[in-house]
Design a protein around this ligand. Structure first.
Ligand SMILES: NC(=O)c1ccc[n+]([C@@H]2O[C@H](COP(=O)([O-])OP(=O)(O)OC[C@H]3O[C@@H](n4cnc5c(N)ncnc54)[C@H](OP(=O)(O)O)[C@@H]3O)[C@@H](O)[C@H]2O)c1
Length: 325
């Protein structure tokens, strides 16, 4: 019997249950994947807590994993049983031995990328792809600000920025995280638990500030981020690790220098198979050429998902964390 993580009510990690599970047979355009590694992401905690609404309760959890195709629906032509695949979007339920999802959400893994690497990098790496290459196309020599630079998404952003010749200033909450972000390519770091971030950004940019600021911390850094964006620059608010940003007064964008703001999601960019494949090709290319190294900070068994989420929410993790079925 397969196992999965399920929750029947919202709350802390204690609401997660490890239960027997019998997945449905794949529909005509679906595929069943036997997960070999599963990605842990902050968004999983939003669905668990109720900040984001799952389609129904009880619900599975997780949207990132890698494994082998075990069964394909009658209309699926691009994938076959035995293919090595990975996914980062689609229905909740990746925290499971088996996951059924539309074939359009899957990419084949190239030789040279193993299941653990893929589960650690699909959602976070595709996110960095669209943020640095599509939401705003960063240019060599530019100086950008990226919050939570030692996290899962953060360490990939540090490396990707370095590969593009971009000077990434990363915020972090400890000297150890600063050292890790710098080892992964951050040009400079600011400890936002004790330093004045806008003042340091002014110093580091010779008074210019940044053409783009990437903020996934949310509530605690919103105001700080606005003060770090150069006139007519862009604030990309893409997460809520400290809580959601609410009640925004648009006039603040005028006061701070005719700023732009966007609130993007991965699925808003990887919303067709072609776009998903193009983004994944770029990500895998950087990994295979050695420009991006996948940093797996921690591994937990699938049964320990609650413990893994507790560590992520309490800022104990660095880099990517994976669950092993
Ligand atoms: N919109 C999208 O498409 C998209 C896609 C993927 C991820 N995201 C967002 O990107 C962010 C990073 O995701 P991730 O999975 O890689 O997580 P992560 O960065 O590994 O973990 C979150 C980090 O946020 C920082 N943080 C600041 N204030 C916090 C607080 N009050 N509580 C907890 N953490 C706090 C911590 O780093 P410090 O200790 O250094 O502060 C923590 O390690 C999340 O906000 C996630 O929702 C968005």
């Amino acid at each position: 019997m397969a196992k999965r993580i399920q929750f029947s009510r919202h709350g802390g990690p204690e609401v997660l249950e490890y239960l027997d599970y019998q997945p449905a047979e794949p529909g005509p355009n679906e595929v069943r994947v036997r997960n070999r590694a599963i990605g842990l992401n902050f968004i999983d905690t939003y669905y668990r807590s109720g900040l984001y609404a799952p389609p129904a309760l009880p619900s599975g959890l997780g949207t990132e994993g890698a494994g082998e195709v075990e069964a394909v629906g009658s209309e699926v032509t691009e994938l076959a049983v035995g293919d090595r695949v990975a996914y980062a979007t689609g229905p909740l339920g990746a925290y499971s031995d088996l996951h059924v999802l539309p074939a359009s959400h899957l990419v084949k893994l190239p030789e040279g990328i193993d299941f653990e690497q893929a589960a650690a990098v699909m959602l976070k790496g595709l996110t960095v792809q669209y943020l640095l290459r599509q939401t705003y196309q960063v240019q060599p020599g530019q100086t950008i600000l990226w919050h939570a630079a030692a996290g899962g998404v953060g360490l990939l952003a540090c490396q990707w920025a370095r590969a593009l010749g971009v000077k990434l200033i990363g915020t972090v909450s400890s000297p150890q995280k600063a050292a890790l972000a710098e080892a992964n390519g951050a040009w400079a770091t600011i400890d936002y638990s004790r330093e004045d971030v806008p003042a340091r950004v002014l110093e580091l940019t010779n008074g210019e500030k940044c053409p783009v600021v990437y903020d996934s911390v949310g509530k605690d850094t919103w105001e700080i981020s606005l003060d770090c964006v150069a006139p007519r620059g862009l604030l990309v608010s893409f997460g809520n690790a400290s809580g959601p940003v609410t009640g925004v007064n648009l006039a603040v964008l005028a006061q701070k220098g005719s700023l732009y703001v966007t609130r993007p999601t991965l699925f808003g960019y990887a919303n067709t198979r072609e776009r998903l494949q193009a983004m994944a090709d770029e990500l895998f290319g950087l990994i295979l050429s050695g420009q991006i190294k996948v940093e797996i900070g921690r591994r937990y068994s699938l049964a320990e998902a609650a413990k893994a989420q507790e560590a992520l929410s309490s800022r104990q993790t660095t880099g990517s964390t994976i669950l092993l079925p």
